[in-house]
Design a protein around this ligand. Structure first.
Ligand SMILES: NC(=O)C1=CN([C@@H]2O[C@H](COP(=O)(O)OP(=O)(O)OC[C@H]3O[C@@H](n4cnc5c(N)ncnc54)[C@H](OP(=O)(O)O)[C@@H]3O)[C@@H](O)[C@H]2O)[C@H](O)CC1
Ligand SMILES: [K+]
Length: 508
């Protein structure tokens, strides 16, 4: 699914109006009707509704919603905020329609002093500003947003299209923005919804289709995307009937150190449950028995060292040469001991195919930044926000961080996967994908190790790195969602994610 900018959304509007064809008033009616239907499904008619309407088309939507609520027997008041002397034509037309049918439902607000007192149980609809907002809201309108936010503790607040004050395509950190419990947005995701800094503003997000023209949607190229089930079905390759274990590649997983062999176990199990042909795990001596007992389907090589690995760059007499591994995953629980760092440097020189680099391998690279440019092109790096900061530095806000992520992916020709609610995957071609699956139950130790195992397995099976990283992130989140549905977000663990990989593959 594509993420459109505010400008592209306006173009999609105009294209739909011209080519469907449909009048802009009818399109507004459709958008407001989608919201009204959602409200009817979620609230009884005994709740009073207060709809705060701006002077543009977002306010126009609010005026239509007020009329539709009345048509259904709901009690609704349109509080029209006169922040500007000029109203949009569709706002004006819908004010007139409301005045004609339900004249007592309009309440004009010209200053903060006019702000109404809301009865208990009221529902607040925020239709002040949508995609037409140009910059931070200031003056008494900022005060009005604060007033709405004061109501948030006692009343349900529902934003139309965007929480007012939120810019669709740029950071609104430290700006006055409505904090909504729910955002009902039209047709497409906006970039602002993907940013952790806006989580408390957007609340629960509901994308409502309003029938924007499919031709415009299909032919307009975008830089930002949200992954979905349809996309995964185009990526996923079913297994071939004449396959043997060699068909699906031999992966090498370099992971674990004293006290952190569990990370290697989780990663190995996830790899084995994601379709790898053969798996060899490389661990220090202390991990040998643990690996053999926990993951008997995997082969195991041990380092000469007892507690940490130091020689994984060298092939040993009884193991295949490094280049014979179709994929290498490195990092979970690895530790950052100097001999390990040295071995990583040598590994990067010797193995020139895309690999998966995570956790302590990233921390080593952050400590020796010259290693960044030695990573084979097409490799996948999977930092969480702290690891990202260690690697590339801190940024002022989430939009700046996303730009830095994308810039580095292009410059280094790597896939950079930044973990989060909407994990961001920046590609060397400049495109960025947000993963749509997953839940807060996955914010738990070992979850990242599982992802490394999945990604390594997919690379080993011959998926191109872009396909592997998009599918891997999606499967990881989907398995997490299945685990949460079965046993709750609280009780699930990283092992539950592995247990649910099977059902996740079956859903593809
Ligand atoms: N996406 C769709 O297909 C549809 C969307 N619809 C709705 O329309 C809005 C976009 O409407 P638009 O009129 O373009 O813009 P807004 O209503 O969001 O905002 C315009 C008003 O905001 C004022 N403004 C802008 N920036 C500021 C600011 N920094 N401070 C204060 N006020 C600001 C602007 O004032 P002017 O004085 O400059 O005129 C306008 O009054 C979209 O979000 C949807 O809700 C349609 O329903 C059709 C389908
Ligand atoms: K709004």
């Amino acid at each position: 699914m594509k993420i459109f900018t505010a400008t592209q959304i306006r173009e999609a509007d105009a294209y739909t109006i011209q080519h469907e064809p449909v009048s802009s008033l009818q399109l507004m009616e459709r958008a407001a009707n989608a919201c009204a239907q959602w409200l009817f499904r979620h609230f009884e008619a005994d709740r009073p509704f207060y709809i705060f309407c701006g002077m543009g088309n977002n306010g126009g939507d609010g005026l239509v919603i007020t009329r539709l609520l009345h048509d259904k027997g709901y009690n609704a008041t349109a509080c029209i905020i006169h922040h500007s002397t000029k109203a949009s034509p569709d706002h004006t037309a819908n004010r007139e329609a409301l005045e004609q049918q339900y004249p007592q439902s309009i309440y004009d607000i010209h200053a903060l002093a006019d702000f109404p007192t809301l009865p208990a149980g009221s529902i607040v609809i925020d239709a002040l500003f949508g995609t037409g907002l140009r910059s931070a809201v200031e003056g008494w309108m900022a005060g009005l947003i604060h007033r709405i936010n004061d109501l948030q503790a006692r009343h349900t607040v529902i934003a139309i299209d965007l929480p007012s004050g939120l810019l669709a395509d740029a950071s609104s950190a430290r700006m006055p923005v409505v904090n909504a419990h729910h955002t009902l947005s039209f047709e497409v995701y906006k970039l602002a919804f993907m940013m952790p800094e806006n989580a408390a503003r957007v609340g629960q997000l509901h994308i409502l289709p309003i029938g924007l023209h499919p031709d415009y949607m299909a032919r307009t190229p975008t830089r930002f995307h949200v992954t979905d089930a349809h996309m995964m079905r185009t990526i996923y390759q079913p297994r071939q009937p004449f396959a043997h274990k060699g068909t699906y590649g031999h992966a090498l997983l370099i992971a674990g150190s004293y006290g952190k062999i569990g990370a290697a176990v989780l990663s190995a199990k996830a790899c084995l449950h994601s379709g790898v042909g053969l798996l060899t795990c490389y661990v220090p001596q202390c991990g040998y028995q643990i690996m053999q007992i926990s993951a008997p389907a995997a082969m195991c090589i041990t380092d000469p060292q007892e507690t940490h690995s130091s020689h994984f760059h060298e092939t040993q007499p009884h193991t295949p040469a490094l280049h014979q591994f179709r994929a290498i995953g490195i990092g979970p629980g690895l530790g950052t001991a100097t001999p390990t760092a040295k071995a990583l440097e040598l590994l990067l020189d010797q193995y020139r195919q895309p690999m998966v680099i995570d956790a302590d391998a990233l921390n080593i690279i952050a400590a020796y930044p010259f290693l960044l440019s030695r990573i084979p092109h097409g490799s996948v790096l999977t930092p969480h926000p702290k690891e990202f900061e260690r690697l590339f530095g801190s940024t002022e806000n989430d939009f700046a961080r996303l730009e830095l992520l994308s810039e580095q992916a292009i410059n280094l020709q790597l896939y950079l996967l930044l973990k989060g609610r909407f994990t961001a995957i920046a590609c060397p071609d400049g495109s960025v994908y947000f993963n749509s699956t997953g839940n807060p139950g996955m914010a738990t130790g070992g979850s990242g190790d599982v992802l490394t195992g999945i990604l390594t397995a997919l690379l080993a099976q011959g998926y191109a790195p872009k396909a592997a990283v998009l599918l891997g992130a999606y499967l990881h989140g989907l398995a997490g969602d299945i685990a949460a549905a079965r046993m709750s977000q609280e009780a699930m663990t990283a092992e539950s994610i592995i247990d649910c990989l099977g059902p996740a593959f079956l859903q593809l």
